[in-house]
Design a protein around this ligand. Structure first.
Ligand SMILES: [Zn+2]
Length: 426
């Protein structure tokens, strides 16, 4: 009996492995949907377009690149700040909104929404029914910090063919690497999907996002994902929502968004209570519990539940042009509605929570520019006492009105009792 020639077989296997590495293990399977390159930017071209937009609109946009590294693994995150620098109509108060897209590599569509949203904010693209004057009327009240692509390293792997990769460049899930309930593993824990890292904030990307959130102290946080259609509020790590009025306001805001921009198809509620599994160490739970962001959300903007679980491009991203444009249009409109109505919801909460005024005072320039510092309260100190007293009485009045309305609302239909606010038509 002749022996089997092992060496040529080993060479062949090595060659095939190399092919898989170059072209990506998934992309070599012809049954899987490739990335529709005619619809989606590469990560480099998307960030190039973002920077070009910033360059064309210095009066509204600024950008900075934040870097961290750990044991030779480095990460960079581009942060774009929208701030029209105009004084808002209600005095000096500006609401801070922090949005992150692309935390999971395979969720390509989220970063496309971010790019389109930036182009709408600058006026280069328009939304049907939303004129520039209307847009500016509520954008002047906001400072928005946007992270178009939180997980650049993971996204690179996806573009190289690892279509199902959601983790960062060294295999850690950036939405399990935060400190709230970090590291707890459910019975169905899958390390490929949910590896939380060696400890809370072990990953440079998470370190950057933590610093950003702590220096900016947003009033609204949205972590934008895909894989399903849902509008989540805390908590992800347990099957409950937070207590109190703010929790009711968050839910009402999400129900409005669901009605106007998700055709009432989105799941609404706590992540842990709605998604079918508990998630530990997530960004949104950290933003709520530790950074004390009054309104912290996770939006899931698209999912194809009929797609094979291996066909990740199709499962997490629209792959035909009509769906692609519909998803982007719907969610850009949803964000504009959030920008328009968010301050109104927060104002109600502010009136009810008037003793904790420091949380709500306006930003100063150092915070806007990302230079950090605790500039809050400076403007409040400048107010004379008489003015403060008047404000306190006004808040007491507003608080009692809100509480009466709240009690009234719990007795009759919720939808009829929400504060009236206009939606942005598509
Ligand atoms: Zn995700």
């Amino acid at each position: 009996m002749g022996s089997i020639p092992l060496l040529p077989i080993l060479y062949l296997l090595a060659f095939l492995r190399l092919l898989c590495f170059v072209n990506g293990a998934n992309s070599s399977d012809p049954s899987l949907t490739p990335i529709p390159r005619h619809l989606y930017h590469s990560c480099d071209s998307l960030l190039k377009e973002v920077k070009a937009l910033v360059h064309r609109h210095p009066e509204k946009l600024t950008a900075e690149t934040l870097r961290e590294d750990d044991k030779g693994y480095a990460a960079e995150i581009v942060v774009v700040t929208y701030n029209s620098a105009k004084i808002p109509k209600n005095g000096n108060l500006k609401f801070r909104v922090l949005l992150s897209f692309g935390q999971h590599g395979r969720e390509l569509i989220t970063s496309e929404v971010s790019l389109r949203l930036l182009s709408i904010l600058t006026g280069e693209r328009t939304m049907p029914g939303v004129g520039l004057n209307l847009l500016n009327s509520f954008l002047d009240n906001l400072v928005i910090k946007m992270v178009p692509m939180e997980n650049w390293n993971g996204r690179k792997l996806v573009e190289a063919g690892e279509f199902c990769e959601r983790r960062n460049g060294r295999g850690v899930d950036l939405n399990r690497n935060w400190s709230v309930d970090w590291g707890k593993k459910e019975k169905d824990y899958d390390p490929y999907e949910e590896n939380p890292g060696t400890g809370p904030f072990s990953e440079p990307e998470t370190q950057i996002m933590r610093k950003l959130s702590q220096s900016f102290e947003p009033h609204v946080w949205v972590n934008v994902h895909s894989g399903m259609e849902a509008l989540f509020m805390p908590y992800d790590h347990k099957n409950v929502t937070p207590d109190g009025l703010i929790s009711h306001l968050m839910r009402s805001l999400l129900e409005d968004l669901n009605h106007h921009h998700c055709q009432d198809k989105c799941l609404v509620g706590s992540g842990g209570g709605s998604v079918g599994y508990l998630a530990h160490g997530t960004s949104t739970d950290y933003m709520h519990d530790i950074v004390k962001v009054p309104m912290a959300f996770t939006f899931e903007i698209y999912g194809d539940s009929a797609a094979s679980s291996k066909d990740c491009v199709k499962m997490f991203n629209p792959v035909d042009e009509a769906s692609f444009n519909k998803v982007i249009g719907n969610w850009c409109a949803a964000f504009l509605m959030l920008f328009q109505t968010g301050p109104g919801w927060l104002d109600i909460a502010r009136q009810a929570n008037f003793t904790d005024l420091g949380k709500w005072v306006s930003i100063d320039a150092s915070v806007v520019d990302g230079r950090g510092g605790s500039g809050r309260g400076g403007k409040l100190e400048g107010l004379d006492l008489g003015m403060q007293e008047l404000r306190t009485y006004f808040r007491l009045f507003m608080l009692s009105s809100v509480l009466i309305m709240f009690m009234f609302c719990s007795r009759i239909s919720k939808s009829k009792c929400r504060p009236s606010m206009s939606s942005i038509p598509l």
